[in-house]
Design a protein around this ligand. Structure first.
Ligand SMILES: Nc1ncnc2c1ncn2[C@@H]1O[C@H](COP(=O)(O)OP(=O)(O)O)[C@@H](O)[C@H]1O
Ligand SMILES: [Mg+2]
Length: 664
C-alpha cells in the first residue's frame, strides 16, 4: 500500500466542482439562483458559445461588500445558513456554499458588485479560484458575475461538452425553468447576441409561459388550483391536445425551486391516464407550496431532487388538482379557428358552377325534395315514439347491431348515394333553468378517489350524484354511421359515438370499482372461456379488481378455462365474454412490466375492454341510443376524451359558422 496524501484545497475544489458544475447549464442555474436569493427583481443572463466562452448574470439584488465578495468563492462560504439546524427548513435556493467555489475553480471569473448603501462598488478577478485583482469601481447596485473560459483548466471535462448549440439548448432549458419558477422576477435571456426571451416580472405565470414556451403552448392550457393536506398546488396543465412525446414539459416547482420529482410526475401521469394516449406524456407548469420542514432538498449537489417526509400528501394534492381540472375545466377541442380563405372572384364563380352542376336540374331537385318529405314524416313518428318512452337508464348495447333491422329507421340509412340528411327533430326544451354547456356542476375529486399507489385507509363509497339537466339540443344527423351532429343553442358538436361510448363504459366500470358494490348479473350456468395459462394467471392475480367491476369467476383444473359466474350488468353475455378475454390478455401483457404500476396496468386493460364493448363506428344504431350517448356527452364533463386519449367531440360555435360564411 502506498502513502496516503491529503489533497490540497485546489484539487479538492476541482473534484467537488465536477459534482456541481457538469456543464455550462449547471453553472447558469447556480448563478441565477444566487441572483434570486439576493432578492433581485430584474436579472439578465447572457451567454456565448453555449456558455463555454462567456456566461454573464447581472442582477439588481442586494450586492456584496468587498469582504463578502472576496470570501464568497471559498468552499462552504454561504450567508444562507449558519448551523446544522438551519438545514431543516431551507427557504433559499442555495445553502451549500459550493457553487461559486466550484465555478471559479474551473474558469476565469469576475464579480462586479455594489451594495445599496455603498457609494462605490468593486470588481474582483479570480483565476482558477484565486483572487488576482481587486479594484474599486463605479457600478450599478446589485451583482454581475462573469464567467469566461469555462473548463479551460479541466481538459477532461471540456472534452465531454457537446456542440455549442446543444449547450445553448441546455442553458435555455435552465433559464426557462428559472423564469417559470418566479413570475415576479423579470428575466432576460440573450444567447450569442440574440434575445431569446424576456419575462415581464409582473407575477403572472400565464404571461411567463407565453413568453418562454410560446403562444401555441400557452393557448392549450387549463388552470389548476387546489389545497390538499397542507400542500398547495397552483399553475397550469396542458390540455390533452397539448401532450408530448417525453417528460420534458412536466415542470414542477416546489417552494419556488425547479425539481425533478418522481412522486409529482407519477401523480400527474396517473391523473392524465385515460385522457391521453398511453405513449404520450402530459405537459404542466405546477407550483407546489409545502412547509419547508417536510421537504429535504439536501439530497444531491445540484439540488434538483427532493425527498419528502411523507410522499402521499404530495401525490394526492397533485392528482386531485389535475383530475379536477381535467374533469371540470377542459373545454372541448374546437374545429380549426383559422380565418377562412376568401375565394377570389374567379374561383367563386367556378365554385358556384360546380354546385349548380350538381343540383341545378329540376328533376334532381324534385327528387331531393320528395326524399326529404318522406324522411321527415317517418322521423316525426319515430321521435314521438322515442320521446314517449322514459329516458334510458343504462345503455345496453345490442350484442351485434342487426344490419337494417326493422327497428332501425331508414332515416339513418344512406339515401341513394346522397349524404344522410336528417330532417329537423325538435326536442322540446326539458328545463328552462338548465345551466349552459360548460358550466356543469362541479364534480369534485376527493382524496378518496385517488388511485391507490400508496396504501390508503378504506373509504366509504360515494352516493351517486343527481344527473345534471340536459340542455336544449337537436340531433341534426349522423354521418358515416359514426359522427353525430348535435345542434345546441349557440354551438354545434360533432360527436364520435364510439369514442364517447367507450368513455361512458369506462367511467361506469370505474364507478363500479369505486362503489365497492359492483352492479353485476349472476348467471344460472357459468360461461366457459378458454384462455392461455398466462392470461388465466393474470386474471387470477387481478381477481379483486375484476370483482370490483362486476366479474366473479373460478378457474377450471385444466389451468386455461375461466368459468364466469357473474359479469357487469351493463353488458350482455357476448360482450362480457369479449371484455373478459381482452382484460385477461391485456393484464397478461402488462403484468411483469417493470415500472408499470398494478393500477396502471389494470386501467389500461380497462380501456381496451371498454373499446371492445362500445358501439362501433360505421354501424347503425337506434336513434334513442344515439340520443342517449349525445345526452351523456352534453351533461357529463368527464366524457371529453376516450380512454385512449382521442377526442370524443369537437365543437364549433355559431359565431364561428357566421365568420366562415362571412355573415359577421
Ligand atoms: N448575485 C449575488 N448577490 C449577492 N450575493 C451573492 C450573489 N451570489 C453569491 N452571493 C453570496 O455568495 C455566497 C456564496 O454563493 P454560493 O457559492 O452560490 O453558495 P450558496 O448560494 O449555496 O450560499 C452566497 O451565500 C451569497 O452570500
Ligand atoms: Mg448559490
Amino acid at each position: 500500500m502506498g502513502k496516503i496524501n491529503v489533497l490540497d484545497t485546489q484539487v479538492a475544489n476541482l473534484i467537488a466542482a465536477g459534482e456541481v458544475v457538469e456543464r455550462p447549464a449547471s453553472a447558469v442555474k447556480e448563478l441565477l439562483e444566487n441572483a434570486i436569493d439576493a432578492g433581485a427583481g430584474k436579472i439578465t443572463l447572457e451567454i456565448k458559445n453555449g456558455g463555454i466562452s462567456l456566461i454573464r448574470v447581472t442582477d439588481d439584488g442586494c450586492g456584496m461588500t468587498k469582504d463578502d465578495a472576496l470570501v464568497c468563492v471559498k468552499r462552504h462560504a454561504t450567508s444562507k445558513i449558519s448551523c446544522a439546524a438551519d438545514l431543516d427548513g431551507i427557504a433559499t435556493l442555495g445553502f451549500r456554499g459550493e457553487a461559486l467555489a466550484a465555478i471559479s475553480s474551473v474558469s476565469k471569473m469576475r464579480i462586479m458588485t455594489r451594495t445599496k448603501n455603498s457609494p462605490t462598488g468593486i470588481i474582483i478577478e479570480f483565476n482558477a479560484g484565486k483572487p488576482v485583482s481587486v479594484e474599486e469601481a463605479g457600478c450599478p447596485e446589485g451583482t454581475s458575475v462573469i464567467v469566461e473560459e469555462l473548463f479551460a483548466n479541466v481538459p477532461a471535462r471540456r472534452k465531454f461538452l457537446k456542440r455549442d448549440a446543444a449547450e445553448t439548448a441546455a442553458v435555455a432549458a435552465v433559464a426557462e425553468k428559472i423564469a417559470l419558477s418566479r413570475p415576479d422576477i423579470s428575466l432576460r435571456f440573450i444567447a450569442d447576441g440574440n434575445l431569446r426571451f424576456l419575462t415581464a416580472g409582473d407575477g403572472k405565470l400565464a404571461d411567463v409561459i407565453y413568453a418562454v414556451l410560446g403562444r401555441d403552448f400557452a393557448k392549450k392550457l387549463a388552470p389548476v388550483h387546489d389545497m390538499t393536506e397542507g400542500v398547495s398546488v397552483s399553475g397550469f396543465i396542458g390540455t390533452p391536445e397539448n401532450c408530448r412525446g417525453n417528460r420534458n414539459y412536466e415542470n414542477f416547482f416546489i417552494n419556488g425551486r425547479y425539481v425533478r420529482c418522481k412522486t409529482a410526475c407519477a401523480a400527474l401521469e396517473q391523473a392524465f391516464s385515460s385522457y391521453i394516449p398511453s405513449d404520450k406524456y402530459p405537459a404542466c407548469v405546477i407550483c407546489l407550496e409545502i412547509n419547508p420542514a417536510f421537504v429535504d432538498v439536501n439530497v444531491h449537489p445540484q439540488k434538483m431532487e427532493v425527498k419528502f417526509s411523507n410522499e402521499r400528501p404530495v401525490f394526492n394534492a397533485v392528482y386531485c388538482a389535475v383530475r379536477n381540472t381535467l374533469m371540470n375545466r377542459i373545454d372541448r377541442p374546437r374545429l380549426a379557428d383559422s380565418e377562412p380563405t376568401r375565394l377570389s372572384g374567379d374561383s367563386y364563380r367556378l365554385y358556384n358552377d360546380i354546385i349548380s352542376v350538381k343540383t341545378d336540374t329540376d328533376e334532381e331537385a324534385a327528387r331531393i325534395a320528395d326524399e326529404r318529405e318522406r324522411l321527415s314524416a317517418k322521423y316525426e313518428q319515430i321521435t314521438v315514439r322515442a320521446e314517449a318512452k322514459e329516458p334510458m337508464p343504462h345503455y345496453e348495447p345490442p350484442a351485434d347491431v342487426p344490419k337494417m333491422s326493422a327497428d332501425i329507421p331508414e332515416t339513418f340509412q344512406a339515401v341513394s348515394g346522397q349524404p344522410q340528411v336528417l330532417p329537423d327533430i325538435t326536442v322540446p326544451q326539458i328545463n328552462d333553468h338548465q345551466p349552459p354547456v360548460g358550466t356543469l356542476p362541479d364534480a369534485d375529486i376527493s382524496r378518496e378517489n385517488v388511485p391507490d399507489i400508496f396504501p390508503a385507509p378504506v373509504t366509504q363509497p360515494e352516493s351517486e350524484p343527481e344527473p345534471p339537466a340536459v340542455p336544449w339540443y337537436r340531433i341534426a344527423g349522423v354521418i358515416f354511421n359514426t359522427y353525430v351532429f348535435v345542434e345546441l343553442e349557440d354551438r354545434m358538436l360533432i360527436i364520435d359515438k364510439h369514442a364517447a361510448h367507450e368513455r361512458i363504459i369506462f367511467e361506469k366500470l370505474r364507478q363500479n370499482m369505486k362503489s365497492g358494490d359492483p352492479a353485476s348479473q349472476l348467471l344460472l350456468l357459468p360461461v366457459e372461456l378458454t384462455l392461455t395459462p398466462e392470461e388465466l394467471a393474470a386474471a387470477e392475480e387481478y381477481r379483486d379488481e375484476l370483482y370490483r367491476i362486476g366479474y366473479t369467476f373460478s378457474c377450471a383444473d385444466d389451468g386455461k378455462t375461466a368459468l364466469i359466474i357473474a359479469y357487469p350488468s351493463a353488458l350482455d353475455t357476448a360482450q362480457a365474454k369479449d371484455m373478459f378475454t381482452v382484460l385477461a390478455a391485456q393484464l397478461a401483457d402488462g403484468t411483469g412490466d417493470v415500472g408499470t404500476s398494478r393500477e396502471r396496468t389494470y386501467e389500461k386493460a380497462l380501456y381496451q375492454a371498454s373499446c371492445k364493448a362500445a358501439v362501433k363506428g360505421g354501424r347503425e344504431d337506434l336513434p334513442e341510443n344515439i340520443r342517449w350517448i349525445a345526452e351523456q356527452v352534453l351533461t357529463r364533463s368527464e366524457i371529453r376524451y376516450c380512454p385512449h386519449g382521442r377526442p370524443v367531440a369537437f365543437e364549433m360555435t355559431k359565431s364561428q359558422f357566421e365568420k366562415r360564411f362571412e355573415r359577421i
